[in-house]
Design a protein around this ligand. Structure first.
Ligand SMILES: O=P(O)(O)OC[C@H]1O[C@H](OP(=O)(O)OP(=O)(O)O)[C@H](O)[C@@H]1O
Ligand code: HPA
Ligand SMILES: [Mg+2]
Length: 180
């Protein structure tokens, strides 16, 4: 697996330090909420979310939604589908969407629109990574880990063709892996 990696972009230590920092900010911002729910976007956000919720020192619930637009390619198809919806209503709750990466922005802008229509008390977005150069739609990110260049990255939840999610660092894949 490590043979397929061109470069480590963000190390495990840097990731955990950033998660701690984000957790402290979120703890402070939501300290008065009595109805806080953190929603992870399957599957990419799972690793980040599991670390993030343990650095938030507040009572909270979690739920997951699966929306997919990628398949096995490295380019967004532009079509977003709900594969799994939330188990619970978000009406009247303080909702924080947790995502691994914002690329075109299509996934999160779709999710934001859907969740907004369900009348949460508040709705914010936290993403570990952002590739601003790739954006196709406008999106407000409330909590951001790292801005990264336009390279295809894997690890810490992020995949290529379903693989590499269990790498501990965020890594740039060798182009020959995804360009065949
Ligand atoms: O900003 P965008 O261009 O929409 O791209 C970002 C989304 O794409 C990836 O998910 P993907 O749909 O590949 O599914 P996964 O989370 O299961 O890997 C990633 O995890 C984000 O959810
Ligand atoms: O760079 C990326 N890596 C993995 N999944 C992604 N989805 C959008 N961009 C990426
Ligand atoms: Mg995803």
């Amino acid at each position: 697996m490590l043979n397929d990696v061109k470069q480590v972009l963000i190390t495990e230590e840097q990731l955990l330090e950033k998660v701690k920092e984000l957790g402290e900010k979120i703890t402070n911002d939501y300290k008065d909420s009595d109805n806080f729910i953190v929603i992870g976007v399957l599957k990419g956000a799972v690793v980040f979310m599991s670390d993030l919720i343990r650095s938030i020192e507040l009572p909270l619930k979690i739920d997951f939604m699966a929306v997919s637009s990628y398949g096995t390619s490295t380019e967004s198809s532009g079509v977003v589908r709900i594969l799994k919806d939330l188990d619970e209503s978000v009406e009247g709750k303080d909702v924080l969407i947790v995502e691994d990466i914002v690329d075109s922005g299509l996934t999160l802008s779709y999710m934001h629109k859907i969740l907004k229509s369900r009348k949460p008390a508040s709705l914010k977005i936290c993403t570990l990574l952002d590739k601003p150069n790739r954006r196709k739609v406008d999106l407000k990110i409330d909590y951001l880990g790292f801005e990264i260049p336009d390279d295809f990255v894997v690890g810490y939840g992020l995949d290529y063709a379903g693989k590499y999610r269990n790498l501990r660092d965020i890594c740039v894949l060798k182009p020959e892996i995804y360009k065949g």
